[in-house]
Design a protein around this ligand. Structure first.
Ligand code: SAM
Length: 275
């Protein structure tokens, strides 16, 4: 096997998803770089791959800059270096980007050993359009940052893919409801594991479902591309409503009829009334 850096994907739940090539690289590697040596050594044990004679090096977000250079130096001096993240594909909301960038710049052999990636598996399960998609990664925890992120992607004409945690799902769905009231949403949970589940529907349907069934485990959240329903032209109808009722009632009627964002319709009503 050629010396260099091997980016090795590992299973996201089902150990049998390891590839034959991944096994081969893990068996032959001199150096195993990983996020957490305990997790990776457990993986080796489940795969019945011996750890003896291999050195394990920790590389995570906080030390990637320094460690990646020493991995590259080892690869350049003839070693086989495998990088694995805790689960799934390296670089996808996981470390590895700086390592890959340095390999390109320094002309060091870099290859990928493909395998599971939660984002792609979730898209396959969702039933949402797969011809064009945008992987956004983790959703920020703070209300404003979350809202800003959703607003930024509001008009993207592609399926949006986010990573999320179970304990934040309800809050995130509520925030999605404000920005994407008409979109189909999909939640893929525990992919490749015993309780794998995928639910696709309106935000309200998912909010009802997950209020009754407390979400658990690992989650990928997806939002369908922007659609025509969102661009409902309600202005003419709002003008008629404003002629026959108060501003408050007119806004309420339009919001309820088209399931629109209340603040947006209120602003529009004010503009019409004042202008
Ligand atoms: N690099 C990994 C990959 O390729 O899937 C993702 C790593 S990221 C740190 C971990 C996030 O991926 C989890 O919080 C969850 O959102 C998602 N994830 C990982 N495994 C999953 C699974 N089996 N089912 C659903 N989502 C999963």
């Amino acid at each position: 096997m050629k010396s260099g850096i091997y980016l090795v994907a590992t299973p996201i739940g089902n150990i049998a998803d390891i590839s034959l090539r991944a096994l081969d690289v893990l068996k032959n590697a001199d150096i195993i770089a990983c996020e957490d040596t305990r997790i990776t050594k457990k993986l080796f044990s489940l795969l019945a791959v011996s750890t003896s004679g291999k050195s394990f090096v920790t590389m995570h977000d906080h030390n990637e800059e320094d460690i990646s250079q020493s991995l590259i130096d080892s690869a350049s001096s003839g070693h086989i270096v495998a990088y694995v993240s805790d689960a799934g594909s390296p670089l996808i909301s996981d470390p590895g980007y700086k390592l890959a960038k340095k390999c390109r710049k320094q002309n060091v052999y870099l290859t990928t050993i493909p395998g599971a990636c939660a984002a792609i598996c979730a898209l396959q399960l969702s039933g949402l359009p797969s011809n064009s998609f945008t992987f956004v990664g983790f959703i920020p925890n703070k209300d404003k940052a979350r809202k800003d992120l959703f607003t930024k992607y509001k008009n993207y004409d592609s399926t949006l893919i986010f990573y999320e945690t179970a304990n934040r799902l309800i809050k995130t769905l509520e925030a999605l409801k404000d920005i994407f009231p008409h979109r189909e949403i999909s939640v893929a949970r525990e992919i490749t594991k015993l309780y794998e589940e995928c639910k696709t529907g309106s935000v309200d349907e998912l909010l009802t479902y997950y209020s009754d069934n407390q979400p658990k485990g690992e989650i990928v959240l997806m939002v369908a591309p922007s659609n025509e329903e969102e661009n409902i032209d309600y202005e003419a109808e709002l003008i008629q409503e404003l002629k026959k009722s108060t501003l408050k009632t007119a806004v309420k009627n339009i919001v309820e009829k088209y399931n629109l964002n209340k603040n947006e319709v209120y602003q529009k009503a004010l503009e019409l009334k004042n202008g």
